[in-house]
Design a protein around this ligand. Structure first.
Ligand code: ADP
Length: 257
């Protein structure tokens, strides 16, 4: 990765549904190690923007470059292999698997041996499994005593906040270059929100670059290096949290003032 070049470059990304321009020719650069927040009212195109970047939806136009490589329109698993991981607003855990097993799902994009190797339990497979487990534990430890005492708990039995933490952990276990978080603090109380904001900021030290959708402006102020504001599919403002909050158009569109 070239530290002087954006890790993620989005150029003129566009997607319409029928007559609605859900994402209208958006440009965005995300530098390596940055935390960039996307804010905007409901229906402004935030989720569609994430879905375009991660390959769930193919764009009508524009490009997505990761570390200089054009990944536009690739299938989601190919984009995941390139190093983009994401979480979903509606969590996508396996409810009847344990916390640790859910986290290990994130490791499978990184192991080289397929099902045959796993059945034969080749030495290489065992080594890879042990390495994946160690990595998963190291990442779960980021969430400290929230998750560590519950490794064998089934996902459905975890609190909502812990399920959100687990979903982030699972995404991190794949060792992404870029992590997309869709409203990570949704449904969390103020204490949990502050704690998670702090943990997200710490991820920077692991070399992860973060793009997040976040409604809570105090979280955005706290952790984002840069904010973009979407409204009706258009990027109406971009800058530091401070710059964006004093922007009149933003106040009108987003805060209704
Ligand atoms: P946000 O995440 O900011 O709430 P979305 O990206 O979900 O916004 O939606 C942006 C616009 O695109 C909205 O007008 C929404 O109704 C429309 N839209 C999103 N997904 C679809 C879809 N699959 N089919 C039709 N319209 C869609």
């Amino acid at each position: 990765i070239d530290p002087g070049r954006p890790l993620l470059e989005i150029k003129g990304l566009a997607k319409s549904f029928g007559g609605i321009k859900a994402v209208n020719r958006i440009d965005l650069d995300v530098m390596p190690g940055a935390i960039v927040a996307i804010i905007g009212p409901n229906g402004s195109g935030k989720t569609t923007f994430f879905n375009l970047i991660t390959g769930l939806i193919r764009p009508d136009g524009g490009h997505v470059l990761l570390a200089g490589e054009d990944v536009t329109g690739l299938k989601p698993h190919r984009i995941a292999d390139k190093g983009i991981a994401r979480t979903f607003q509606n969590l996508r855990l396996f409810p009847h698997m344990t916390l640790l097993e859910n986290a290990l799902v994130g490791a499978h994009t990184r192991t080289s041996t397929g099902a045959v190797g796993a059945v034969l339990r080749l030495p290489r497979v065992k080594r890879e499994e042990a390495a994946a487990r160690a990595r998963a534990l190291e990442i779960i430890r980021i969430f400290g005593n929230r998750l560590m005492p519950r490794l064998q708990h089934l996902a459905f039995s975890l609190s909502y906040a812990n399920r959100r933490r687990l979903e982030i952990a699972r995404a991190l276990v794949s060792e992404p270059m870029l992590l997309l978080l869709d409203e990570p603090t949704a449904g969390m109380n103020p204490t949990e929100t502050l704690e998670l904001a702090d943990q997200i900021r710490q991820l920077r030290q692991r070399g992860v670059t973060i793009l997040l959708i976040e409604h809570k402006l105090d979280v955005v102020n706290e952790i984002a290096d840069k904010v973009i504001v979407l409204d009706h599919g258009e990027k109406i403002a971009e800058g530091t949290p401070k710059q964006v909050h004093s922007n009149k158009e933003v106040l009108r569109a987003y805060l209704g003032r």
